[in-house]
Design a protein around this ligand. Structure first.
Ligand SMILES: NC(=O)c1ccc[n+]([C@@H]2O[C@H](COP(=O)([O-])OP(=O)(O)OC[C@H]3O[C@@H](n4cnc5c(N)ncnc54)[C@H](O)[C@@H]3O)[C@@H](O)[C@H]2O)c1
Length: 262
């Protein structure tokens, strides 16, 4: 029996990185997956990988930060699967590292739209159906950037702090309904989003330094975030609600500390 056997799941941002790894893992654990991404080729590729591994998945191109897009992906999952048990609202953008005094309102609006309003809309449209069903699990991707500074730009960090607040407040809005909602705060993970950081470090020959600020002394892989998403989406997490979990090699547990390797 898979850990999501018989579940119907949506994963957004499923065309790359954490979303792709999670869609693959959810399907491997028995879920039927609607894989959503704004990039249709990429999400088709994810679904191809799932099918090749013997899983069940459908691809859909949609903007996860737009209400019409979210309504459409929830309706598509309902039409295809006849119900919805899991939503992983994971799509996000970094917005780059623009210096504070050069940031525009438009930059802030776009980052908040995708990273925070996107998860809100998933909560609104999928959460309502789940409340009617009397069950469901929503998982949102926040970030260690939402916990404290220096893991992303100002608007990115604010958007992720907003996601942490969203899961706390939404868990209370879902009071007594059987619907759970939690967030994951990844540390540095090698994905499409962080490719420029990894490429830059590789060019300079400093790739070995990546991730060395955390007690594990390394960066993370998408499957290590997918593993937490799987747990939170599954019935194993039946009493876990309204929380934000750092999956960051211990980064957020420490004060800044300069280590000497033994
Ligand atoms: N990589 C890291 O170090 C890291 C750390 C903390 C949090 N995160 C978060 O993890 C999540 C996944 O990012 P990733 O690192 O896998 O990056 P990624 O760039 O590899 O994947 C993100 C995917 O989301 C899609 N996407 C972006 N905007 C979208 C939209 N409006 N609608 C639909 N799809 C959209 C992209 O096309 C892409 O396929 C994001 O929310 C990101 O903020 C990443």
């Amino acid at each position: 029996m898979g850990r999501l056997q018989g579940k119907r799941a949506i994963v957004t941002g499923a065309g790359s990185g954490i979303g792709r790894a999670s869609a693959l893992l959810f399907a491997r654990e028995g879920a039927a997956v609607l894989a959503v991404d704004k990039t249709s080729d990429a999400v088709e590729e994810t679904v191809g990988l799932i099918a090749a591994a013997g899983g069940r998945a459908i691809a859909m191109a949609a903007d996860a930060g737009d209400e019409a897009g979210v309504r459409a992906y929830v309706a598509h999952a309902m039409a295809e699967f006849g119900g919805l048990d899991v939503v992983f609202a994971n799509a996000g953008i970094s917005g780059g590292l623009v210096p504070l005094f050069e940031q525009t309102v438009e930059l802030w609006q776009e980052i908040l739209r995708v990273n925070l309003i996107g998860p809100f809309l998933a909560v609104k449209h999928a959460g309502r159906l789940m409340m009617q069903q009397g069950s469901g699990a929503i998982v949102c991707t926040a970030s260690v950037a939402g916990l404290r500074a220096n893991a992303g730009g100002n608007p990115y960090s604010a958007s992720k702090a907003g996601v942490i607040s969203l899961v706390q407040t939404a868990a209370n809005s879902f009071f007594d309904s059987g619907v759970r909602i939690n967030a994951i705060c990844p540390g540095l993970i090698e994905t499409g989003m962080t490719k420029p950081i990894f490429d830059y470090a590789k060019e300079r020959g400093t790739a070995a330094h990546l991730g060395q600020l955390n007690p594990l002394g390394r960066y993370g892989e998408p499957h290590e975030i997918a593993a937490m998403a799987l747990f939170l989406a599954s019935d194993e997490a039946s009493y876990v609600n309204g929380q934000a979990f750092a999956v960051d090699g211990g980064l957020s547990s420490t004060h800044p500390f300069r280590r000497r390797r033994p």
